[in-house]
Design a protein around this ligand. Structure first.
Ligand SMILES: [Zn+2]
Ligand SMILES: [Zn+2]
Length: 240
């Protein structure tokens, strides 16, 4: 199983889990033509698509998923906001099966209704996927892979505000919508990481983050190999 990053920022999010026979798309914030290309035009192997929330960088192209017959999971609020006839309206806390992927949505903490997903497949074990969430109310057992937002750090945010790249008012919005580095580290610390093979940091802000420092901070705190989810990144996540 590999995870392929097509986009991971406010300009568009999309990830593909792919074991060669079966694929799961996470988020529909990247043009469908690019998604098809990444799948080498083999849409038959797609087991489904998971959407976290209604913002365009995550859901702009969900209609294309549905129109191409891809089983798409999203909160009722997302279907409503996007004016697309619901395919699967998810209920946080309820499990779903997409091919051999088992999926459990759980409530995230954003400025609109949002879910994270716990994803399980025999080829890779358990993946935690959480983005656009300023905190996490839950801990998880037996994780093998972690894909988590690390949007900004207070230090980088203050520097950006001082330099005039970021408006001061933006700080308040970020604090109640996106995950700060310290919160990300707390989340990692709160979970059992003994079986986690790698951590992928998602949705870094252009202005208020620093890839190298974020990666180093997470690796220093956890001792686990950490990647920044840049477009084009492919990571092997086979279980052993
Ligand atoms: Zn976003
Ligand atoms: Zn958002």
């Amino acid at each position: 199983m590999v995870v392929r990053v097509l986009g991971s920022s406010s300009s568009g999010n999309c990830y593909i889990l792919d074991d060669g026979n079966e694929a799961l798309i996470i988020e529909a914030g990247i043009r469908f033509a690019e998604v098809k290309k990444a799948l080498r035009f083999n849409l038959r192997k797609v087991a489904g698509c998971l959407i976290t929330h209604q913002h365009n960088d995550h859901a702009k192209y969900m209609r294309d998923m549905v129109m191409n017959g891809i089983t798409t999971l999203a909160l009722p609020e997302v279907w409503l906001a996007k004016e697309v006839a619901p395919m699967v309206s998810v209920n946080p806390g309820t499990g779903y099966k997409l091919g051999r992927f088992k999926v459990l949505p759980f409530r995230a903490c954003h400025d609109v209704p949002c879910v994270g997903y716990l994803i399980e497949h025999t080829k890779c074990g358990k993946i935690l996927f959480l983005t656009d969430s300023y905190m996490c109310e839950y801990t998880f057992k037996g994780l093998n892979h972690i894909m988590v937002e690390c949007n900004y750090s207070d230090v980088d945010l203050m520097m950006a505000i001082e330099a005039g790249r970021t408006l001061p008012a933006q700080r308040e919005r970020l604090m109640t919508s996106h995950m700060e580095l310290g919160t990300c580290l707390e989340l990692l610390e709160a979970n059992d990481l003994s079986e986690v093979s790698e951590i992928m940091l998602l949705h870094l802000s252009n202005d208020n983050s620093n890839e190298q420092r974020f990666k180093e901070a997470v690796e220093a705190a956890t001792g686990i190999r950490t990647y920044i989810a840049n477009p084009g990144l492919v990571v092997d996540i086979d279980k052993y």
